[in-house]
Every structure is written in C-alpha cells, then in structure tokens.
Design a protein around this ligand. Sequence first.
Ligand code: SF4
Length: 122
Amino acid sequence: MSNQLENFSCRRCGFCCSIPGYVNLEEGEAERIAAFLSMELYAFTDQYTTLTLGRRQLTLIEKEDGRCIFLEDDNSCRIQGAKPVQCIGFPYKWRSKELEKGCAGFKALCSASKLLVVKSEM
Ligand code: SF4
C-alpha cells in the first residue's frame, strides 16, 4: 500500500475526523488556530480544547456525535488553513489500519489496486 500512496486522494468522507481518539495540539498550535479564528488564546482553549488523559497535552474537543468540533456538515474542516500537524500528516506521515478500513480514499485505492492486479494477470 505505501508505494501506492501517491495515488491517494481525499474523498472528503470525514471518517478520519470522526473516529474516536485525540486530535492533539503541538506546541504553538493553539496560538495559531486561535489567531486563525480571530480569538483570544484563552477563549479558544476554553471553548475548543480539553486536556488529554495524563494531562500532558491539549486536544480538540468533539461534538456530541464524536465528530471533531471543527468538522463541518459537508465534511470540510473549519480550520483548514490552520489545522493541526496531526491532521496534515494523515495519511502520508502516519496512518493506522483502523483508519484505512473506513477511509473512502483508501477504499478507492484498494479497489483500484485490485483492478491493476487483475489486469496485470490477464
Ligand atoms: S481539525 Fe479539521 S482535519 Fe483535524 S480532525 Fe478536526 S475537522 Fe478533521
């Protein structure tokens, strides 16, 4: 799969922004996102973040249905211009089997690669 990642394209299914788990903020990201939203830092952290278990890092909060607080109804990211490094890294810098199972982009990649295998076997 990794050598086919250049053919990956995001289908905006929203799966990666909806599964349970932390969206961690690295150092300086709270300031960056707060500025993007034209908010004071404290107002941003108070309204949109909480501490991870272990209290070592800030993470974005979720909506009641578990989707990221910044995931819009059309599956776009409200903070696209300032989204966390963790989000930017998927799927090129990191990914997981759990994410690959539900991600529409990976599903398309898998079915395309099966087609390629079938074609090359002909
Ligand atoms: S910040 Fe944006 S890209 Fe990251 S999980 Fe939330 S909606 Fe998705």
